[in-house]
Design a protein around this ligand. Structure first.
Ligand code: G
Ligand code: G
Ligand code: MN
Ligand code: NA
Length: 252
């Protein structure tokens, strides 16, 4: 079976999973949210990385359906967590082809209404590639979602090849500093870039979140720079829903 046929079949047979990775306030270490991350089981407890199959699903157009399903899973998870007393937001990754579907923003809004999720508890993570494609259209859609109350983050910030001018034109809430700029911290080049992104975020009135934080030295340095939030193996790995609930209850 071709990999896309297999993916489609496993998706239709509800074999895909959505895991969640906590995001913390760097000062208080309170859990402020989590990122929803796709997992494709390949048997014996192994998983095919989304870094491999998401680009294929994008090319095949399959990401539109899968992305909608991830959003629905995120909505259901948000409600469950809220009912357990954890009012935290859930960040969902959105790919370029999803934005190309007519009425995408309305569909997102309808989904939240359907699941009775308060928009402030859902964040969409978009990459710079979204912006480079059809700028005015994307701005309109993101503005519509933002007006509804959904938060918008730029994912993998600093790794794209677009100009920075879009930062003024998009209705953003958060910059996610790519792991590439965190992994060698503290260290000359990395420090300069991380520091620049954090101060840029502050100047633009945006929150900054560092991804891929693995060591206390990285956390200390980010704290010194004034980074707002962190996500990474040092705090928690992506985990299935049940584990997330156990984790949140243990932290409480
Ligand atoms: O979980 P992991 O770090 O292996 O994810 C690798 C990549 O796959 C990340 O860049 C992430 O943005 C992407 N990814 C994970 N889940 C989703 C999803 O639901 N939708 C999209 N579009 N990308 C995802
Ligand atoms: O590209 P995006 O930011 O959406 O993807 C997040 C990815 O980063 C997920 O696949 C997640 O598993 C991975 N990730 C999260 N925290 C860490 C970390 O501390 N170290 C490493 N190496 N990867 C991480
Ligand atoms: Mn992401
Ligand atoms: Na990223």
């Amino acid at each position: 079976l071709g990999i896309i046929r297999q993916l489609r079949q496993d998706f239709e047979q509800r074999k895909l999973e959505v895991w969640f990775q906590p995001q913390l306030d760097l000062k208080t270490l309170d859990i402020i949210g989590c990122e929803a991350l796709l997992r494709w089981p390949s048997g014996n407890g192994q998983y095919i990385s989304p870094a491999i199959f998401v680009p294929m699903a994008e090319d095949a157009g399959l990401i539109v359906e899968i992305g909608q399903w991830v959003l629905e899973q995120a909505c259901m998870q948000q409600k469950r967590l809220e009912q357990l007393g954890f009012a935290i937001s859930i960040a969902v990754n959105v790919s370029v082809p999803q934005f190309k579907v007519k009425g995408y923003a309305q569909r997102v809004k309808d989904t939240l209404i359907n699941y009775q999720v308060e928009p402030k508890f859902i964040e969409l993570e978009v990459t710079e590639s979204v912006v480079m494609d059809e700028l005015s259209n994307v701005i309109t859609m993101l503005q519509e979602l933002k007006d509804f109350g959904i938060e918008i983050a730029i994912d993998d910030f600093g790794t794209g090849f677009s100009s920075l001018s879009y930062l003024q034109r998009l209705p953003l809430d958060r910059l996610k500093i790519d792991r590439a700029f965190i992994k060698d911290l503290p260290g000359e080049d990395c420090e300069a870039i991380a520091a620049l992104i954090i101060s840029l975020g502050a100047r633009l009135g945006l929150k900054t979140i560092a991804e891929g934080v693995e060591t206390q030295a990285q956390a200390d340095y980010l704290s010194e720079l004034g980074c707002d939030e962190v996500q990474g193996f040092m705090y928690a790995k992506p985990m299935p829903e049940k584990e997330l609930i156990t984790y949140l209850q243990a932290k409480h």
